[in-house]
Ligand binder design. Sequence first.
Ligand code: G1P
Ligand code: ZN
Length: 541
Amino acid sequence: MSLKLVETAPYEGQKPGTSGLRKRVSVFQQPNYLENFVQSVFDTVEGFTGKTLVLGGDGRFHNDVAIQTILKMAAANGVGKVMVGYNGILSTPACSCVIRKHKTFGGIVLSASHNPGGPQGDFGIKFNIANGGPAPEKVTDAIYAKSQALKSYRIIDAADVDLSALGTTKIGDMVVEVFDPVADYADQMASIFDFDAIRALFAKGFTLRFDAMHAVCGPYAKRIIEGMLGAPEGTVIHAEPLPDFGGHHPDPNPVNAKDLLDFMASPDATDMAAATDGDGDRNMIVGKGFAVSPSDSLAILTANAFLVPGYAGGVKGVARSMPTSAAVDRVADILGIPHYETPTGWKFFGNLLDDGRITFCGEESYGTSSLHIREKDGIWAILFWLNLLAKTGDSVGGLVEKHWQRFGRNYYSRHDYESVDSARANALMDHLRSQLDSLAGRSFGAFIVEKADEFTYHDPVDGSVSEHQGIRIFFTDGSRIIFRLSGTGTVGATLRVYFDHYDAKKLDLAPQAALADLIAIATEVARLPEFTGMTEPTVVT
Ligand code: G1P
Ligand code: ZN
């Protein structure tokens, strides 16, 4: 076993985006590509010599190869111990849970989240810090800077570790512990939710269909929902993690989980359905015939938190990403608790959680979580809904309707224009920027622009400033249109356009119809067909 210093040269573009470094598998397979990034992480992070690192991924293609490389590099860089998930499996929320519980200096998750997998798909790597959350921008910027000046990386020449055997072994002086990736996480869930009540619900014949989309959540959902909570076998479908996710797109939304939506609109529908994404941090909740809007889900969980033992002590505050609908703000105002608006990306919630300012946070992109970890958490959200259904005896649809009756409804939708030429997408954003000063006061039919700006976030905890976080058009009736470019795509640019419109009385419109005027305004103001080359968005959620 020998330590090697391998000469290398920088790769362009190793800049982590909204959530880690994501590229095509073929990009990661280039010589030294992964090694360069991993060395840049070790060169940036301080004080880890002799300490513990958590490691695992969502089981996608290249996961196993990358894990072996990272283990050997960790040993060469002086890490004391690596806890690696059995078979290389570790969900993003479980990684956060394990980092916090075992007080490790950080963790590495190998995932491209909801992006497709397989040899032609995407791969990704994300570094989480000691609080269990994604590295903040100052850390990811420093990692990027190191990657651009890298000359060599350190690795130990050693045999691969058998990831299919629980227990400990060594690479050089470093201990490798292959651990059960479900156990700590399942314990934490049992400590938050009323498992007795949920068990009783299933015992009464309540039915659930949980679609793990052949991604990381299968083993978690099997153990927790079918095992600990007694749901019948077969409740969890597509439970086996596969390197290509069975050819599916593991993104739990009504477009990519259409089969689940169709099933829930059929006479065979279960009482509730749910799905999670590649790495287990996203969730979709489905009632009979409809999917719950993630923005509504955050609001409903907040309004009903007193029914969950782990939150019976009260809710300190809530945060949502800027493009997420303002539904939760209304709940916060009535509960008399603060609400915060952050840029897109989970990392911006970290300071608010660490500072004890918020209990819940969420994004419109099917992400919700709480202070229990520092990532969004798919299974947590699903268990939360089960807990509410068990305590109220209501249905998914019943809970949503009662919520709207009490708080009013935020009609909400996101339109994505994918694979737009990057230069055209930037030109579109510049075109919008050029109108920011002249939009206020303009009317479009019944809608009058109150103001337009580009969102800059001032973190109230550490004072850091994040600019260019989306262009916003506010209307005098409280409606909003938001434009931003995705930070997670791997091909060209993805333009996201978000629509949010509140109605206190009309509660049963179809969202696209309720938002039709705003959609037409966005098309006109941004000259969408001209800049995107498309007459319709590629994905509507
Ligand atoms: C997308 C979502 C964002 C989420 C991120 C990681 O980022 O919009 O809410 O935090 O994925 O799951 P985007 O591609 O918009 O930058
Ligand atoms: Zn994810």
